[in-house]
Design a protein around this ligand. Structure first.
Ligand code: NAD
Length: 337
């Protein structure tokens, strides 16, 4: 089986590639081996794409890296033939950047996805796995979203992801394409670009700096280790039913204030290091996913609890300064800070 992974140099996509190629520690416990004969990464290497994320598998002869844009139809046409599956991660992924400027979000997330879907249709690719997000559902005060919940995105990021998510499903209904969609909660883990809250806070704290906490800190997120997200995607890739959506969540809901408390403790810092900042515009109050469907159909259960996962993640950033220092020094991570 040959797999095309778009956005495979990003945070989650690179975890998926490391998992597919079975590097120690990257193997998907509880997931039958996918054992691809080839993995092609198509990635534009935007500010969040980083070849260093693939360093652990760089020597694997099954890996091919193509530096390019998913919006480039001619390139996609050239790269795609011979692949059996596309796992589509490539996206503009940071809400704050979408508030500052939505254009790249619409271009990559909507037009880029449509470009890939059209190419997959033309070339008769077997399966298209579209990696979406729980943010397409909007915000929920109580209870949890099932997959049949109407989409009501609030940020330009989530609106562009909802557009791509619905396009992917439309290609199944209209053209009979073998499309599956995953909607996942907030991920954390190694190799996450240090603009997102966990690596931003951890790296600021490790550097002796302060951390910015939005509004009253009461916004609730469901945290999932990136490895568990990738295990869920692997299950959906293998056994998900065509045309279906699968929520992937961790069942670990925390307010941003609670998360901050845990990160301060892990880094041996106190609350004096926290600087309250004006709330994010249109900030979703709470996300919560019902994962009954993927659990009952595919046997998915998260394997890494938050306490151990966060401790391991903080340790990774502590031990891998050479990975994140150049990213922060280059000013690329300054959006939230
Ligand atoms: N991070 C999360 O918590 C989370 C949760 C649920 C879903 N998701 C989804 O998972 C996917 C990956 O997210 P991430 O956190 O790894 O993001 P990321 O920003 O770390 O990685 C995105 C990758 O896509 C590449 N890319 C961007 N535009 C491109 C283009 N036009 N052509 C080719 N490559 C391009 C970047 O270079 C980068 O390598 C996204 O689709 C995101 O919406 C993320």
């Amino acid at each position: 089986m040959r797999i095309l992974v778009t956005g495979g140099a990003g945070f989650i996509g690179s975890e998926y590639v490391r998992m597919l190629l079975g590097v120690p520690g990257g193997n998907a416990a509880g997931v039958p081996a996918l054992e691809p004969s080839g993995v092609t990464v198509l990635d534009a290497l935007t500010y969040s794409g980083n070849r260093a994320n693939l360093a652990p598998v760089a020597g694997d002869s099954r890996l091919r890296f193509v530096h390019g844009d998913i919006c480039d139809a001619a390139l996609v046409d050239e790269v795609l033939p011979g692949h059996d599956v596309i796992v589509h991660f490539a996206a503009e992924s940071h809400v704050d950047r979408s508030i500052a400027g939505a254009a790249p979000f619409v271009t990559t997330n909507v037009l880029g996805t449509q470009t890939l879907l059209d190419a997959a249709l033309r070339h008769g690719v077997g399966r298209f796995v579209h990696v979406s997000t729980d943010e397409v559902y909007g915000s929920i005060d109580t209870g949890s979203w099932t997959e049949t919940w109407p989409l009501a995105p609030n940020s330009p990021y989530s609106a562009s992801k909802a557009g791509s998510d619905l396009l992917a499903l439309a290609y199944h209904r209209t053209h009979g394409m073998d499309v599956v969609v995953t909607r996942c909660s907030n991920n954390y883990g190694p190799y996450q670009f240090p603009e997102k809250v966990i690596p931003l806070f951890v790296t600021n704290l490790l550097d002796g700096g302060t951390v910015p906490l939005y509004g009253d800190g009461g916004n609730v997120r469901d945290w999932l280790h990136v490895h568990d997200h990738c295990r869920g995607i692997a299950l959906v890739q293998q056994r998900g039913r065509a045309g279906e959506v699968y929520n992937i969540g961790g069942g670990t809901e925390l307010t941003n204030k609670e998360l901050t408390g845990r990160l301060l403790e892990s880094c041996g810092a106190g609350w004096e290091r926290v600087v309250p900042v004006a709330d994010r515009k249109g900030h979703d109050r709470r996300y919560s996913l019902d994962i009954t469907k993927i659990n009952e159909e595919l046997g998915y259960v998260p394997s890494i609890d938050l306490e151990h996962g966060l401790a391991a993640t903080v340790r990774w950033y502590r031990e891998n300064r050479q990975w994140w220092e150049p990213l922060k020094a280059g000013g690329k991570a300054a959006v939230v800070a």
